[in-house]
Design a protein. Structure first.
Length: 296
């Protein structure tokens, strides 16, 4: 079975996120390393880190990853905001390592002025600095594919490849796909041929060995909209067939996959994470059984 999980709140403590993940039947877990809407956070204590790691061991939840704060903009042309973003990313990178997270996922940033070439250089410069400042940290930084809304960078594999080319040390640099964002950015993942072309194009541009995680989100808006609006699995324009292809594509289905779909309860009072994860597992089992049945 694929490794499936979800983003969970750290309200009440990092170990509470693990408890929420267990209640939702997650195999893997994504968290924020601090409040995602604030620049500053209280220092991470050794007790907090140990409690989180012990909770993971108790539940056997694997592949814990972090998501960086949304305020960070490594592409900003404003020197003060860029410096603040750099310092914040550096802090989150160290927090992720101390928590024992495998990776820290970030949005590449928005150029604001539409100056994509120098903006990509600013992103690479920030990443180079963070890696240089923390030579002993083993955590990956993953660039998340974006919907390309406004001047946000990372909608194309070309832009991500440029960041890799400009970054001094890419040994700890990888990519996280987001299915909603990819569709919104006009990548043709919603057809069998388009999905195959997308995977092969990424492999040529960056390399599938650099793909470390996938966000499984349906999209409220159609392909090419440029709008980042997540929907529940099968209730958007990505569609069940696309998720079925992902779950059975040996090029990617070994990777940990995380839901970032809306929280809450469905009309029958069921937790939405449970509903979405159950549906994904059913898609995986159905097709695998079908393929077994076809073997003479």
């Amino acid at each position: 079975m694929p490794i499936l999980g979800a983003h969970q709140s750290i309200a009440g403590g990092f170990e509470k996120a693990v408890e929420r993940a267990r209640a939702a039947n997650c195999d893997c877990l994504q968290v924020f390393t601090k409040n995602c809407t604030r620049w500053k956070a209280p220092p991470l204590t050794e007790e907090q880190a140990i409690a989180f790691q012990q909770a993971l061991l108790r539940t056997s939840i694997k592949h814990p990853v972090g998501h960086a704060a949304y305020l960070i903009n490594l592409a900003s042309p404003d020197p003060d905001l860029w410096r603040k973003s750099l310092e914040s990313l550096n802090e989150e990178y160290v927090r992720a390592w101390r928590l024992g997270l495998e990776a820290l996922i970030i949005h590449p940033g928005a150029s604001i002025m539409g100056d994509s070439a120098p903006a990509l250089q600013r992103i690479a410069s920030a990443l180079s600095t963070v890696f240089r400042n923390n030579p002993d940290v083993k955590t990956w930084i993953l660039l998340e594919t974006t919907a390309g809304q406004g001047t946000h960078l990372g909608r194309s594999f070309d832009e991500l490849a440029t960041i890799f080319e400009l970054t001094e040390d890419t040994q700890r640099l990888g990519v996280c796909w987001d299915t909603c964002h990819m569709l919104a950015a006009d990548l043709p993942i919603d057809s069998p041929e388009g999905w195959d072309r997308t995977v092969r194009w990424f492999d040529r541009q960056i390399g599938l060995d650099r793909l470390k995680a996938i966000h499984l989100n349906d999209s409220k808006n159609p392909r090419g909209s440029g709008v980042d609006r997540h929907a529940h699995i099968g209730q958007g324009h990505v569609g069940l067939d696309t998720f079925r292809r992902i779950l059975h594509d040996p090029r990617v289905n070994h990777l940990p996959m995380y839901l970032e779909t809306p929280k809450g309860k469905d009309e029958r009072g069921r937790d939405w994470d449970v509903v979405n994860l159950t549906l994904l597992r059913e898609l995986a089992v159905r097709q695998s059984r079908g393929r077994i049945a076809e073997i003479p």
